[in-house]
Design a protein around this ligand. Structure first.
Ligand code: UDP
Ligand code: MG
Length: 323
């Protein structure tokens, strides 16, 4: 297994004070390893000193690579860019905020040696806020009932991917990426190891509750068309119930004549049906929006600066920023 290369894929958004610690931690862990390694930082359009911190590392260590985006494109885009630019025989995805304990690197690599294509580090939810834990567990419960790939709570981006798994993920080039689902979608031999949740030390999490909610909807919609089907059934059931009700009222009108106080039933029917229609339109809109985005075939990200040169042709396609 000697002479294999491991790429550490490190998406970073406003993480100035974490760049050096993660660099040190990884180097420490890899000391004496029979694998060579590279660090691939993806600077996701940080507004602070993240990029200069990475650059000064890259000047001193040639195994430090970076790709810097022209603006913040989000972690999913950063991961995609990282997978595209990684040269390793295996890629280890890690957050730079040290919430993914570097001490697990050995176990991840062991799993790879055993012939797994994905080695996943799974965390518990110790120390997360109650609201967040509740939202997440509900999300997973709901997701797994409606989606055709199985998602596991606590299994995130912290994982090792073999070259084969990386190539598979790159073939899924959709614009609305939902990595958690994609990892499951590709399948392949997988091993899971567990670790205790770690709280973030420097900086703060970039996820607000609203963003998490959006992320949840993305996951739900990008992995199935069942919500559309749900619309269909709900519509059908409500339509037949209303038909029954109309028939019933009609017969009772024939028998007893019209009575005035029909206001309550009328207004509730209008409100309920109106709500249902809006809801279904919303679901349709989600899908149409996605179709719209996919048909534009926009790139996932734009590169502003990088120290990776793959081929001359590629160089020309990149937007360079002289500095
Ligand atoms: N990140 C990124 N782009 C973003 C948001 C986050 O590349 O738009 C990176 C961030 O720098 C970190 C990782 O993704 O390395 C996880 O982010 P964060 O710690 O904010 O998420 P959490 O751990 O709270 O899920
Ligand atoms: Mg974090």
């Amino acid at each position: 297994m000697g002479n294999q290369l491991i790429t550490f894929l490190l998406p970073a958004y406003n993480e100035t004070e974490n760049i050096l610690p993660i660099f040190d931690a990884i180097c420490n862990q890899m000391q004496g390893s029979d694998y060579s390694f590279e660090l691939l930082f993806i600077d996701d359009g940080s507004q602070d000193e993240t990029l200069s911190a990475i650059r000064s590392l890259a000047i001193n260590y040639k195994f430090v690579k970076y790709v810097s985006f022209s603006r913040n494109f989000g972690k999913e885009a950063a991961i995609y860019a990282g997978l595209q630019h990684a040269k390793g025989d295996a890629v280890i995805l890690m957050d730079v905020d040290l919430q993914h304990p570097p001490s697990l690197i050995h176990e991840l690599i062991e799993g790879y040696k055993e012939g797994n294509h994905q080695v996943v580090a799974k965390r518990n939810r110790e120390g997360d806020s109650k609201l967040r834990t509740f939202l997440s567990t509900t999300f997973y419960r709901f997701m797994n009932q409606s989606v055709n790939v199985k998602l596991i709570d606590g299994e995130g981006d912290f994982r090792l991917l073999s070259r084969k798994a990386v190539e598979a993920l790159l073939r899924l080039s959709e614009g609305n990426r939902f990595s958690k689902g994609l990892y499951e979608w590709i399948g392949m031999r997988k091993k899971t190891i567990s670790y205790e949740n770690v709280a973030r030390e420097n900086g703060k999490s970039k996820w607000s509750i609203g963003q998490l909610l959006n992320y949840g909807i993305d996951g739900l919609v990008s992995f199935n068309t069942k919500p559309l089907r749900l619309c269909f059934y709900a519509g059908a059931i409500i339509m037949s119930l209303s038909l029954l009700y109309i028939l019933y009222s009609f017969i009772s009108i024939l028998q007893f004549g019209i009575d005035v106080p029909g206001y309550f039933t009328l207004i509730s029917a209008i409100l309920f049906l109106g709500g249902l229609q809006l809801f279904c339109l919303g679901i349709l809109g989600e899908y149409i929006g996605r179709i719209y985005n996919e048909t534009k075939k926009r790139p996932h990200y734009l590169i502003d600066d990088t120290n990776i040169m793959r081929s001359e042709g590629e160089r020309e396609r990149r937007i360079y920023h002289e500095s």
